[in-house]
Design a protein around this ligand. Sequence first.
Ligand code: PMP
Length: 438
Amino acid sequence: TAAVTITTDTVLPQRRKRFAGNLKLSYRRPITLLRGYKQFLFDQDGRTYLDGYNNVPHVGHCHPRIVAAAERQNRLLNTNTRYLHPAQVEYADALTSRLPDELSVCFFVNSGSEANELALRLARAHTGAVDTIAMDSGYHGNTNTAIDISPYKFNGPGGRGAPDWVDVVPVADPYRGPYKGSDPEAGRKYADHVRAAVERIQARNRRVAAFICEIFPSVGGQIIPPPDYYRQAYSAIRSVGGVCIADEVQTGLGRIGTHQWGFETQGVVPDIVVLGKPMGNGHPIGAVVTTPAIAASFANGMEFFSTFGGSTLACVIGREVLRVVDEEALQEQALDVGTFMLDGLRELQKEHAVIGDVRGSGLFIGVELIKDHDTLEPAQRQASYIVNRLREHRILIGTDGPLDNVLKIRPPLCFTREDASHLLGRLATVLREEPCRM
Ligand code: PMP
């Protein structure tokens, strides 16, 4: 067969023809990627890119141990949860052993969206209620109900606003939100909005099923909520019999460095934890972990089944991801490299007025760009310029936040200090370029 030359120019027109317009491409000059290894990606010409962006390849792109485990299992068996297999219970044991004791029952699905769908079903079954409180700018997935609880979608382009069973509370954002990080009462003040949402629901003569949010809002701009927010918000929900759902899709499995899960940083234990993205290092795995009491309410006679969820292959891969996280001490690495990167970014902040805020934990990092330190006017154009320029330097990061002015850095956890230095050096170069000056 004749060799086909793969170029962006050949793939791009085909893609436009075969896919709908709402499929988004990164970069003004899109990249075609053909290989990955750990924190590196390679394009069609073999050029290397440093991946500072992708959190799905948690332990690294094409990690040899994950590839080997998948290959071995693919040769043996890949079937579903209606048959017994030790891999399923081993994976569930390994996962729950990393969570508080109360969270002991697992459901395996195929994506974060599915996991959030299921989490809502569990909450409704347990409470007999439907009304749900969600955090502004949140994202929980692409299915009908996941969109219904995702203000990022229903208040964004093409959205139709909040459904009548959803109440939105402000993002607990200590930088741009109404209560600043300097206010020791900020956590309580944001939680007061959750109390107010509970009262609105009661005023409609309805009851609260759930409070759901990304523990550290990611699409919302890599936000770290102020201390004590969740303790107070959860207590407001529980006092009326509601269920607290923590979407840890972006934050789980050690990314934040100091802890394995975001909720631990606030000293709370959710009733339902939703997991996704990093679990399978690219293999589609999502999970819901909950208490025996909530699981019992859900077991009402209707079978729960997911054809691929909890497959032998998924469980073997998921188990191996957890082993690699531990054996390569990746949570510790996330803390070390993330702290190093945050320090470097704070140094850059001193020199560049466009950097309004540097925040994060471990390798979950946001850099908010602004044009004015009093009004916090967002510097969207600069954010887009930087991301596209770093792409020319063959470093991948992204932008996010409701104003699209937050640089988003969340690489595979095998990212090193050397990689961080390289990223910081190139970022410093780009920040000195004319479009970033203020
Ligand atoms: N929750 C959060 C916090 C997410 O970031 C995402 C995906 N970006 C999802 C849920 C949905 O996951 P998936 O795309 O796997 O369905």
